[in-house]
Structures are given as C-alpha cells and as structure tokens.
Ligand binder design. Structure first.
Ligand SMILES: [Zn+2]
Length: 276
C-alpha cells in the first residue's frame, strides 16, 4: 500500500547502492512521469527530472492535457483560444528537450476536466504505458496534495495504475507480446509545499522523502521555464538581465519527492534525489 512504512533493507534489484560521495549514476534507469499539464514537469519538478536525465536516466513524460484552457496567452497576448493548444504543446516539447526528457506521451484528455473522467478508465490509460515501458519508477502527484483538481485526478489514476499494472487480470485486453503485466519497483509523489518541512502533518514519514539540490541543473531548469513563454512572460523577473539572479530565484533551490512504497534507503541516492 503506498505510504506504508517499510523495512530498512534496500532491494538490490531496484537500485545499485550509491553512496553520497560517489555522485549520481542512472544509466539504464527509466522513469515514467505522469502529470496533468504542460509546465508541471518544469515548474514543479524540473530540477529533479533534469538531474535524473543528466545522470544518464531515461525520463518519459505522460502529460494528460495540452493545457488548452489556460488563461495566460503571452505578454503581450499572442495566443488565441484556437492557437493555444498547439502553442502549449510546442512549448512543452521544447521544455522536455531542455530538461533531457527522452519522450513525450500526450494522453489527449481535456484540460481542467480530469476529475470527470472515469477513474478506472483513466488509470488504464496510464497503465498501458507502464506495461509497455516497464519503468524503474513512476512519478506523479499525490491524489490529495495535488493542489489542482486535474493534478489530484491524474495522481489518483497513476497511483491506481501503479498498484494494478502487475495484475494480469486487470485490463487483460492490454496484454500483448510487448505489453505485459508489470509493477514498477518504485512509486514517487511530488512533495512540494511544506511536506518536507512538516511531513507529520501530511502523514509522511521522513524516511520516505528524497531531496534534489537543483543548482547543478539550474541553468537548464531556468531555460525550461522560459520555454513556457505564454505563461512565464507575465513574470518579468524571469526575463530580466540579471541571469545569475534569475537562476538563483527560479531554479537553484531544492525539490522534494516522496517515495510512496517501501523499502526506503536512508542516506542513499534514489531515482529522484538523496534519501534523508
Ligand atoms: Zn498543472
């Protein structure tokens, strides 16, 4: 059950143990990131994703919508309701390329409407990619801490998909030669806000948390912010001439993640940062 506290052993098959002084090495590791909107991958977890990719990991983003109902249209506005979906998709593709994301999957769902999707059907749409890609980990929103109904809905779906993808009796119609029942070893939730500072408040045990210092990939993360021009042009601080200041303000901080399933690996490097 995600969130349960686990034992203190770290499964060798899951991840080669990397001590703090060895640096990060992720060749051969695959992470499936399941989010709701263009920009989530950058604004919320761009540092962790960029760090994983920079270390040789293969990140694949499944984005539920194209953010077509967003209110920000550039400054001065240059997108229209008609052009915004394609513009947001192009911005997302540029941000993915900047962060090092290897592949983008667009699930083709309607922006701001994910909560109305049938939960099991939505989970199945994620599961088919889990079963096909067989990632080492899945990263998504926590179903109650998403902060947006779309975030919570896709997080709930991805969590259910992670839980059920290994069960060949669940949506057996998906199973083909290249798509088999498979449960990824790890499920991660985004842990922004005050989760890392006050884990008890959220029912999180500290051993579940990993931390990424974004400074080594900050310039890349900042460029990914700027790739989302229709949204970030409104924030003049991101575009001013003080490049070092911009990077410090927007991209050099820490990001936190919660490993949802046991076992945890205290003091070691996970797919997304160092365990506390
Ligand atoms: Zn979002």
């Amino acid at each position: 059950m995600p969130g349960d506290r686990g034992g203190d052993a770290c499964a060798g098959a899951v991840q080669r143990r990397v001590r703090k002084d060895e640096g990060i090495a992720m060749p051969g590791k695959r992470l499936l990131i399941v989010l709701a909107h263009p920009d989530d991958e950058t604004f919320i977890c761009g540092g962790g994703v960029a760090a994983f990719c920079a270390a040789g990991g293969e990140a694949i983003l499944a984005c539920a919508t194209r953010g077509e109902h967003g209110r920000r249209l550039g400054k001065p506005p240059y997108a229209t309701r008609e052009t915004l979906p394609a513009i947001r998709e192009a911005e997302l593709r540029q941000a993915c390329s900047t962060l090092g994301i290897a592949n983008l999957i667009l699930l083709g769902l309607r922006d701001k409407c994910l909560e109305y999707e049938d939960p099991d059907a939505l989970a199945a749409r994620v599961a088919v990619h889990i079963r096909r890609l067989r990632p080492d980990g899945v990263l998504t929103f926590h179903e109650r801490r998403g902060g947006h109904t779309d975030h919570c809905a896709i997080g709930r779906a991805a969590t259910r998909a992670w839980e059920r993808s290994g069960d060949a009796a669940w949506h057996p119609e998906q199973l083909t030669e290249g798509t088999q029942a498979f449960q990824p070893p790890r499920l991660y939730f985004l842990a922004g806000g005050d989760v890392a500072a006050h884990p008890d408040k959220h029912g999180v045990v500290p051993e579940q948390l990993t931390t990424v210092c974004c400074r080594p990939v900050a310039e890349r993360k900042m460029r990914a912010h700027r790739a989302h021009r229709t949204q970030t042009q409104l924030d003049s601080k991101l575009w001013n001439a003080d490049e070092a200041g911009v990077i410090e303000r927007f991209a050099a901080g820490r990001e936190h993640f919660q490993q949802a399933n046991a076992p945890f690996c205290p003091g070691e490097q996970g797919l997304l940062g160092m365990y506390v």
